[in-house]
Design a protein around this ligand. Structure first.
Ligand code: FAD
Length: 293
């Protein structure tokens, strides 16, 4: 099923993100964790892709497994920046062969070893190049793109970032998923601005449950997200008690999700990080809400 069609439904729903194993030895444990999450019957599951291609075959294996065993629609991520046209075309062919209709088209972070490269020689510079390639390969793909309520770290202004985002949508993005954020007002503000800029496709908010104090620094480094005082206080108070921190982090994420639903967002994407217990707890916290219109 195409994600764009799922997003037409008006009832609140949850989707979950998982990541593939980095090596063959961890494949089985990751597969089990992703299956546990699939059993929760989310609206869809996304499977990330290691830029550089190292985990690419596992992305497809995991996505195909979830779809075939549990009937959960899957979204396979694909990055392009460190790849050649030949490699990307092969990956696209593999995605089609696996029967996956939904692709998250990403540039990927520029690997350190490519930072000083002559960029004129690169086959792909931005996600928009990959979106065009996907559309050309199969006009029937349902394509997602990334967006950044707090602007992408490489952009100097939000208006420039939004201008680039519009180019992605005009090239064929059917929907957008946001980077994590911890203050919903940042999302509402962003939505207002992109709608003003003529971007009308559905936007799926991405929520990261922070379940241990060590995750905080990593999450900020990765996303550059603003940490509201309310969230900082929670980490200060409970960060040294793993069980309490987990409970507080899940409660904070749940609270954000309820506010999003209350503001007419229908599908929320949870960065569930291969943690079935976290996905389950959030879903349980929302059990009646998920059944409401
Ligand atoms: P782009 O849309 O290409 O944008 C990157 C930057 O370039 C922005 O600053 C943009 O404004 C600018 N830009 C875009 N087009 C142009 C242009 N034509 N000229 C000049 N500037 C331009 N990474 C992974 O490796 N694997 C994953 O599975 C993965 N999944 C993700 C899922 C989500 C929902 C998000 C939000 C991010 C994900 N990432 C993933 C991280 C992502 O790859 C990085 O954030 C990366 O730095 C940017 O990717 P992008 O697709 O947003 O790039």
């Amino acid at each position: 099923m195409k994600i764009i069609d799922l997003l037409k439904q008006n009832t609140p729903s949850l989707s979950f993100e998982v990541f593939p194993p980095k090596t063959e030895t961890t494949f089985e444990s990751v597969k089990i964790a992703t299956e546990e999450i699939a059993k929760l019957k989310p609206s869809f599951m996304s499977v990330t892709y290691g830029a550089g291609g190292g985990t690419s075959k596992y992305t497809l294996n995991i996505a195909k497994n979830i779809k075939e065993l549990y009937g959960v629609p899957t979204l396979a991520h694909l990055t392009c920046v460190s790849s050649t046209k030949e490699t990307v075309r092969q990956k696209i062919a593999d995605i089609r062969e696996a029967g996956i209709q939904n692709v998250m088209a990403l540039r990927g972070d520029i690997p350190d070893h490519m930072a000083d490269d002559d960029r004129t020689k690169w086959d792909y510079h931005y996600a928009v190049d990959l979106i065009r390639e996907l559309k050309e390969a199969d006009a029937n793909f349902c394509i997602g793109g990334a967006c950044y309520p707090e602007i992408h770290p490489e952009s100097t202004t939000q208006s420039d970032d939004i201008k680039r985002l519009k180019e992605k949508v005009d090239a064929g993005c059917d929907f957008l998923t946001t980077q994590m954020f911890f203050d919903n007002n940042l999302l509402y503000n962003f939505l207002y601005k992109i709608r003003e800029a003529g971007i009308t496709v559905p936007v799926i908010p991405g929520i990261m449950p922070i379940t241990n104090a060590n995750q905080v620094e990593r999450a900020i480094k990765l996303s550059g997200s603003f940490m509201p005082q309310r969230f900082k206080s929670l980490v200060d108070k409970f960060g040294s008690n793993p069980a309490a921190m987990k409970q507080a982090g899940i409660a904070y994420a749940t609270d954000q999700i309820i506010d999003l639903y209350a503001n007419n967002i229908t599908n929320v994407h949870v960065y569930s990080m291969n943690k079935p217990d976290v996905a389950q707890k959030i879903q349980d916290n929302l059990s009646d809400i998920l059944l409401s219109d």
